[in-house]
Design a protein around this ligand. Sequence first.
Ligand SMILES: Cc1ncc(COP(=O)(O)O)c(C=O)c1O
Length: 377
Amino acid sequence: MLDLRRQYAPLHQELLDAVGHVLETQQFILGEPVAAFESAAAGKLGVAHALGCSSGTDALWLALAAAGIGPGMTVLTTPFSFFASISAILRSGATAVLADIDPATFNLDPAAVEMVIHGPQGASLGAILPVHLYGQCADWTAFARLGQEHGLKLIEDAAQAWGAEWQGKKAGGLGDAAAFSFYPTKNLSAAGDAGMVSTNSGEVAERVKILRQHGMRRRYYHDEIGWNARLDGMQGAILNVKLKYIAGWNEARRLVARRYHALFHAAGLAEAGLYPAHGIILPHEVPGSHHVWHQYVIRTRRRDALRDFLTMRGIGSEIYYPVPLHLQEALMGLGYKEGSFPEAERAAHEVLALPIFPELGEDEQEIVVAAIAEFLS
Ligand SMILES: Cc1ncc(COP(=O)(O)O)c(C=O)c1O
């Protein structure tokens, strides 16, 4: 699925020098290496503020809490995401509600969101938290309009979407605040857990700084209850090196995606429409969006059997995500059931992520496509 050694090999010395500098200056937590990364990251995203923190999960919680989301409020998100998208809402003290996804992009469907807004749960709604799933922005034209019309905060889960754009504007600067993850498998990755909040609001940025350090403005004077959610100096230094290369890596991912498209079409496997019949549905890049292909996800009816077949051939694949959030054991209390979100449930049965990373070779992609062709024949 992912061979990070190929990324590491050419950066080996540069990364060791950066880590060595942290060891020598002993700036282990926040400090100069993190500040340098934050300012470079804000510049790359075109946002006013970037604040490093301990993980993408903590970044989501910090973004929500700093934007004023808490008990008595409701936040709407997608049922088709990683668990943190919803657990961060619940941890902020807010109530979570869900709306179904668009089957073409797997992202939150604005029309479904609008129905919730006009329903009984609409009155307490304080924010929408769309996820830019697989590296493609959610429909921000629609969400910006809904946010404005209904006075809702917009928090982006940009964990999978460093460098993605909507109508020329980068993920991370679209909403009131955004959360990034630098988990080692992400497009921009640390050597451990790390995350970041981005925002154009000075007020939100100031609160994130306080909340990530136990609510301290002055050392040992606690204005509110925050958490320990700081970024390590080592991770800041490593991220600052990789930041120089991420645009090129994302372009390489786009090339890999184009090659998959061409190979699947040439093999006659790609079907038109939203749902698969006998072949596969290729992932869709919405016009005006700039997809960074964190994942290349196909749909097929015989997903589990195909995955077993690929595994037997030594080809990696993954299911993001096999169980939608509303059917997770831990979230039964939300009151949803099987059938509540048919698109998310169908996607959970049909999606399969294929190997994608910047250094993946065309010859390797040919092997993947040939194996899928053999299975489907
Ligand atoms: C969509 C999404 N949101 C949130 C997270 C949480 O990030 P982390 O694992 O860094 O806590 C992830 C990554 O795992 C993710 O994919």
